[in-house]
Design a protein around this ligand. Structure first.
Ligand code: ZN
Length: 302
């Protein structure tokens, strides 16, 4: 790989997309129990018989957006090497006890911060980590990639995305390396986990499909795309995802990375005050609305 010119650093995480089991159970956890907001109810653009539910902070800001391809199945995937393993919400230190009382979970200490390790009803690992930098509930603290060899991925993070190596911690069953972006954007931290007992990741409910980094606009995204191409990465053309423009590539460790723009944002097809209330379909599926509405399970917002 030839060193690429560094584009302006990315602005932290934009969104994280995971695969869940039945949509109603997914909705109940992330809205009623975790207090994030349902900010978009749409379908998987590549498989419209399946919901694609988006959750986030009240204002649907980038860096808080967690989305699920909702499969109506009890099957499970397998977290493991070659995929993102967990995402973490940021919380003010004094709120951690309250979340533990509400959700249970296991306390941990990592890089000098307290955290709570949890699992959602479909097996997805997630964390709540105490930090002074948290500003609104729903913002991400970090994501963790599970990799066999962190070196090629770390080069992309540091040479193209603008991350700096921020330390390494040896745990009971593996090693965690931390990378951080300058500034205070939500989700500016990315961890790479190397397990002493590796298992291969298998996609399915309870696993993360991809993680999306944040470009401030299409020019920033284009500069990042060119820098990645110069590194020899196979990057897609720009895709219109209705709420943002997206490019994708599979990073050297096997994780699907996306770079998404802030604009046009989630209020592009419904008012900010009513995000997530109606089923939103992209133009190509509007003619099939009646059929799709009949086949998707009814969802109860509690
Ligand atoms: Zn995405």
């Amino acid at each position: 790989m030839t060193p690429a010119p560094i584009a302006a650093p990315i602005d932290g995480l934009h969104h994280i997309t995971a695969i869940s089991g039945p949509a109603q159970e997914n909705l109940d956890l992330y809205t009623t129990r975790l207090d994030t907001r349902l900010i978009k109810k749409t379908v998987n653009f590549d498989a419209p018989q399946m919901y694609h539910l988006y959750y986030g902070a009240q204002d649907a800001r980038p860096g808080s957006v967690l989305t699920f391809f909702n499969r109506e199945t009890t099957a499970r995937g397998q977290a493991g090497t070659g995929a993102a393993q967990a995402f973490a919400y940021a919380v003010a230190p004094e709120a951690l006890e309250r979340w533990q009382a509400r959700l249970g979970g296991t306390r941990f200490a990592r890089f000098g911060a307290e955290g709570l390790a949890l699992q959602d009803p479909h097996g997805q690992a997630f964390e709540i980590i105490a930090t002074q930098a948290q500003s609104v509930w729903g913002e991400f603290h970090s994501a963790t990639l599970w990799l066999a060899d962190p070196v090629p991925t770390a080069r992309i993070l540091t040479e193209v995305f603008g991350y700096s190596f921020a330390g390494e911690e040896r745990g009971a069953d593996g090693t965690r390396s931390r990378f951080q972006l300058p500034g205070d954007a939500p989700g500016r931290t990315l961890d790479i986990w190397r397990s002493d007992r590796p298992v291969q990741a298998r996609p399915g409910p309870g696993t993360i499909h991809h993680i999306a980094f944040r470009a401030r606009d299409v020019a920033h995204q284009q500069a990042l795309r060119e820098a990645l191409l110069a590194c020899g990465e196979q990057v897609t053309e720009v895709k219109d995802r209705q709420y943002f423009k997206a490019i994708y590539f599979r990073e050297p460790g096997g994780v699907l990375f996306e770079i998404a723009t802030d604009g046009p944002g989630f209020a592009v097809d419904e008012p900010m005050a009513h995000l997530g209330e109606a089923l939103k379909l992209p133009a190509q599926y509007e003619p099939r609305r009646t059929e799709l509405e009949a086949s998707l399970p009814a969802l109860v917002t509690r």
